[in-house]
Ligand binder design. Structure first.
Ligand code: ARG
Length: 574
């Protein structure tokens, strides 16, 4: 109801110089009961400034409003307690919404409010030479969606993959590779082979502790840029990236920067220097740490007792670099909630160092994925591998499609199964508020009738197939009159369509793609209600049929846009 809200806000603000239009637009709400109207303005907030009881304020505003003819979209205004309730003219609302969607197409719901501002979204960030696990997949889905949402609101968006490509584990890996590894084996199956080497290192080091010394020496050599050691490290990074990229391709995800932890090695001395200069470093058990005023917060370790830097130091250097390089408006980290304390320490240290941009750094956390299906959690010990999950989703979807009677005419089964199967997994990750744990069961994920990706994709395909039929029969609907769409089910659908931008904004402010997922699910459900109650192709007359077709086209546009914002693609038939 963005347009109607603006209109009503302007009218109310014009009645009294002490009322601000933006405040009214913000305060306008949707009454819980349809019978109470379409929008309600609570006058309670104004009671203090205007020194009057809310019902009296409502009365004053209404009197002023009635002094001149109201715009045709407002059918009636009633006072209910301290509220001013607006009843809209359904036909007029339908016209505005449908015309806007047709005019803006896939830009409908977007805005330019972010113009000139850069938002960094750091997500995925897997570790080199280690499996890309399900937590990284959740981060990938969430971050990808958050980036698309901000982009849609006009922000300049930069997607960053902060690869875990540095640290003492590389010393171990290099040691193991030199002893037992070879390039051909590693390149054939990089992550698994590197993992095997890493595991073997730990088993053998138990018997031969001198391996640990060798590993430390190798990491030192890496840190000081030894060419042979660096070449090995580079081999591991490239091999791992090749695998990660295969999954990103599958998910349709891309990054603007792969600047991982290694990128900041030469930027750490400055961090230590600033901290020293400001007298913020303290010694603790041989390590150098930063303490916080809040005693309940553990200190942030900057230098280990052997003088090497750690994960947190690299994050501090990264934030400073990002501020200088991108001058970000927001710097978002999509990382699981177990790292909440880590980010508090990093942002807290930045702030102490005098970098106020710490206030624009946001940790967007998320919960665990739980697998009640026993078979899934045991296959690889406790780690569920991402690729298995995706491949299984696609295979299971293909089975469902092949067995379904309605999808006989799907000719590209493989690509449909891929889009639907992967979409189903992404949808599941973005379905509930992100801090809640995600319960992963195939039954729910691929439930074509429940709250699932396939359910929404199916509603889209259903709409598209009606439109295709109309086109086949040469039925024109582009100029149909939306004012004919006034039944309860049609109006409910139109109101939902008008709410797309609000949902997107809300999702951005709260870093909550689940708001868009919820929105698109409601939209699909309401479309199905409309489809089942209002005959489209067999409508009572040609004009109504055309108007319903136009509404169907608008709904398809909005479902497609909303799904795109959560990183899910649509299919024309399924
Ligand atoms: N590589 C880390 C992990 O897998 C996540 C990195 C998160 N980002 C950061 N800036 N610390 O746990």
């Amino acid at each position: 109801m963005t347009d109607e809200k603006q209109l009503i806000a302007g009218l109310i603000a014009a009645t009294n110089e002490n009322i601000d239009a933006a405040m009214v637009a913000d305060a306008l709400e949707t009454p819980p009961d349809r019978k109470l109207g379409d929008l309600a303005f609570p006058c309670f907030k104004l009671a203090r400034t205007l020194r009057k009881a809310p019902p009296a304020i409502a009365g004053d505003i209404l009197e002023c409003l009635n002094r001149q003819p109201l715009p045709s979209v407002i059918a009636e205004i009633r006072i209910v307690g301290g509220y001013l309730n607006f009843f809209l003219d359904r036909g007029a609302v339908a016209r505005t919404v449908v015309d806007n969607i047709d005019r803006l197409g896939d830009r409908y719901g977007s805005s330019d409010e972010g113009e000139g501002r850069t938002v960094l979204v750091e997500f995925s960030s897997p570790n080199i030479a280690k499996p890309f696990h399900i937590g990284h997949l959740v981060s990938t889905a969430l971050g990808h969606s958050i980036a698309r949402i901000y982009e849609f609101l006009g922000y300049n968006t930069v997607r960053i993959n902060h690869l875990g490509d540095w640290g003492t584990q590389f010393g171990k890996l290099i040691t193991a590779y030199k002893l037992w590894g070879d390039e051909a084996t590693v390149m054939a199956d990089p992550i698994n082979e590197l993992l095997k080497l890493y595991v073997r290192f730990h088993t053998e080091a138990e018997q031969r502790p001198e391996l640990e010394d060798e590993a430390r020496a190798n990491f030192k050599a890496l840190e000081s840029g030894d060419p042979e050691i660096t070449a090995l490290w580079k081999l591991f990074v490239d091999a791992s990236l090749k695998e990660f990229n295969r999954m990103y391709d599958l998910l349709g995800v891309n990054f603007d920067s792969f600047a991982g932890e290694s990128f900041y090695t030469d930027k750490m001395p400055e961090v230590v220097e600033i901290l020293r200069e400001k007298g913020l470093l303290e010694e603790s058990e041989g390590a150098q740490v930063v303490r916080f005023d809040d005693e309940s917060m553990p200190p942030c370790i900057i230098l280990k007792s052997d003088g090497t830097t750690i994960y947190a130091t690299r994050d501090i250097a990264a934030a400073i670099y990002r501020k200088r390089h991108y001058d970000f408006y927001k710097n978002i980290y999509v990382v699981g909630t177990p790292q909440t304390l880590h980010f508090k320490q990093v942002f807290g240290t930045l702030k102490k160092m005098g970098f106020d941009c710490a206030d624009d750094c946001v940790h967007v956390g998320f919960g665990y994925v739980r697998f009640p299906d026993k078979a899934m959690s045991t296959r690889h010990g406790d780690v569920v591998l991402l690729e298995d999950v995706l491949n299984e989703a696609v295979a299971k979807t293909r089975e469902i499609i092949e067995q379904s009677t309605t999808s006989k005419d799907v000719d590209n089964v493989n690509s449909v199964a891929e889009t639907v199967g992967i979409g189903a997994v992404i949808y599941t990750f973005l379905k509930n508020s992100r801090e809640r744990d995600i319960i992963f069961t195939w039954k729910d994920i691929l439930d074509f009738e429940g709250e699932s990706g396939p359910y929404v994709q199916y509603a889209y395909a259903r709409g598209r197939s009606v439109l295709a039929k109309a086109e086949e029969q040469g039925i024109e609907y582009a100029d149909a009159d939306p004012a004919l769409l006034t039944s309860d089910e049609e109006y409910a659908l139109i109101k939902l369509l008008s709410g797309l931008q609000d949902a997107v904004r809300d999702a951005a402010v709260r870093y909550e793609p689940s708001i868009v997922t919820r929105y698109v699910t409601d939209l699909a459900q309401q479309f199905n209600k409309f489809y089942n109650t209002c005959a489209i192709m067999k409508a009572e007359d040609d004009d109504i049929r055309a108007a319903r077709l136009r509404l169907t086209a608008c709904t398809a546009t909005c479902i497609k846009t909303a799904l795109r914002l959560i990183g899910v693609n649509v299919v024309e038939k399924m």
